[in-house]
Write a protein that binds this ligand. Structure first.
Ligand code: ACG
Length: 483
């Protein structure tokens, strides 16, 4: 499956208020269908005080700027007619300070006081977030609360069983509306503060128990639902969760692909494959690897790779020739730019999708001025759709290649080899075998291969040769039919 990560505010505006909305997505489903994706991951759509939507005011609502429940139902219906699934981002680790639960808690309502994590006698209110030293304890009126993601988003207290029940209700609510599944935000953080010890500590066993119950519950409502987990951590931590969710985002692989391409060092990709796709090497896949290059928390790919479009294309070729499912962040198919210089400020990688070369036209969103994607940059749907060499058309080709070879999602990886400038590996299915070669050099290289048919990524075949010239920053696939 191929998913499209979509930020509603920046996509397509159906009512001329400058802000993208659900009806806008419905109007552009043809675009997404032509691109070839199978699923849309909607970034949070619930009522929220923040532009990105990760601080939820009401879990049972839709941000009125994005539309209403009828709009959502219509989107789901038409998407389903086009065989596109819709999964919803659901940040349940915390709420907004404006959420009724928190408001009731600070006014002393005992039920809701227990929904949050408050300072106790062991708390060190000067403790900082382990990855970037941000504060995690905040004073509201006379009490300190725990907020791993900042002062406007207090963490929920999952030691409280009532909250587990509340969460079941939330998942059911969205499934009943026809949503096909969830992207579980901050999934490793459900139990990350040890209240007894009074310190930050990942308690993975407890978190796994929580998710096991939620996943079982979600599957009992819709056994075909798709559950994707965001666990941004090392391969060792991600492995603890193998088998629990349908799809696990593979953060470490995203770094290794980008670094390998950036530094022209195939060895980094070998490392990435061995460390994060070992279950595909063993042929024992418990959770599908959710492969991606960028998301809304990261630099956009073109900016990350210093505007080198050949490198960008190579990174995508790698992404689409590894087993697992692929996720593309909106606008990346055009090569939009953006740097997230601060993980707490993601506006610059969430700029309006560029439909038109001059920067305006029907449906163009304008909620923010474009710092990184100004008009007339040749980075727009309008300028790329008819250009056969555009990134947009390259990505379409890769998606088509992938859809013509569905078996690749589950393929076993074998024979990984590399030298200073190229890597090769085999992808093995029940009745198929592909040998993949990626050249990391910007010059052509010759590869000595004695083989049958060679499939180019655009789906065409060339006759057997013994020596193959592989162009700079390019990929070739040797197709073998297994007997
Ligand atoms: C999600 C969303 C994000 C959102 C929230 C909060 C969570 O995608 O947009 O923020 O609802 C951590 C969390 C993730 C979180 C990101 C932003 N993402 O785990 O769930 O922060 C280290 C840490 C990771 C950390 C990452 C961030 O371990 O936990 O992610 O840094 O940079 C190696 C290491 C790996 C290390 C990386 C990077 O790979 O193995 O451990 O990761 O290097 O150093 C949104 C807004 C926020 C706002 C919040 C309320 O964006 O600004 O505060 O909502």
């Amino acid at each position: 499956m191929i998913f499209y990560e979509l930020f509603v505010r920046s996509f397509f505006d159906s009512n001329d208020d400058g802000i993208g909305d659900l009806n806008g997505i419905t109007q552009k489903l043809d675009y997404l269908q032509t691109l070839g994706i199978d699923g849309i991951w909607l970034l949070p759509i619930m009522k929220s005080a923040s532009f990105h939507g990760y601080t939820i005011i009401d879990f049972y609502s839709i941000n009125p700027l994005y539309g209403n429940f009828d709009d959502l139902k219509k989107l789901i219906k038409i998407a389903h007619e086009k065989n596109i699934k819709i999964i919803l981002d659901i940040p349940i680790n915390h709420t907004s300070v404006k959420c009724q639960w928190f408001q009731k808690a600070i006014n002393g309502d005992k039920k809701y006081v227990d929904y949050y994590v408050w300072q106790n006698e062991k708390t060190d209110i000067n403790e900082k977030r382990h990855w970037d030293n941000s504060p995690i304890w905040f004073k509201y009126k006379d009490k300190y609360f725990y907020g791993l993601f900042g002062s406007s988003s207090p963490d929920l207290n999952f030691e409280n069983p009532e909250l587990w029940e509340e969460m079941r209700g939330i998942f059911k609510f969205w499934l009943d509306l026809g949503i096909d599944g969830f992207r579980l935000d901050a999934a490793k953080h459900i139990f990350d503060y040890n209240i007894e010890k009074g310190k930050f500590e990942y308690q993975h066993e407890k978190t796994i128990k929580f998710w096991k119950e939620m996943v079982d519950y979600i599957k009992s409502i819709n056994e075909n639902s798709i559950i994707v987990s965001e666990i941004w951590d090392s391969p060792e931590v991600v492995k603890k969760y193998h088998g629990l969710f349908d799809i696990e985002f593979n953060f470490p692989l995203s770094y290794e692909i980008k670094d390998a391409v950036k530094f022209q060092d195939p060895h980094l990709l070998v490392k990435g494959i061995k460390n994060t796709l070992s279950h595909y090497i063993k042929g024992n896949v418990e959770s599908v690897s959710g492969n991606f290059l960028t998301n809304h928390d990261m630099n956009r790919l073109v900016s990350e790779l210093n505007n080198d479009i050949n490198k960008v294309k190579l990174a995508y070729s790698i992404l689409f020739t590894l087993p697992g499912y692929q996720f593309i962040y909106y606008g990346e198919e055009l090569g939009m730019k953006g740097l997230n210089l601060d993980v707490n400020f993601t506006e610059d990688s969430q700029e309006p999708f560029q439909w038109y070369e001059n920067g305006f036209g029907p449906g163009q969103t304008e909620w923010k001025g474009c710092k990184y994607n100004p008009p007339y940059s040749n980075i727009s749907y309008e300028s790329e759709r008819n250009d056969i060499d555009s990134l947009l058309n390259y990505i379409k080709t890769l998606i088509k290649f992938r859809k013509d070879n569905i078996w690749l999602s589950n393929a076993r990886i074998d024979n990984i080899r590399n030298n200073r400038y190229f890597i090769s590996y085999s992808l093995i299915g029940k009745n198929n075998k592909f040998d993949v070669y990626h050249n990391f050099k910007n010059q052509p290289i010759n590869i000595n291969i004695k083989n049958t048919e060679i499939q180019l990524l655009n789906g065409s075949f060339v006759k057997n040769k013994n020596i193959i010239k592989l162009n700079g920053h390019s990929t070739i696939i040797i197709k073998n039919i297994k007997n």
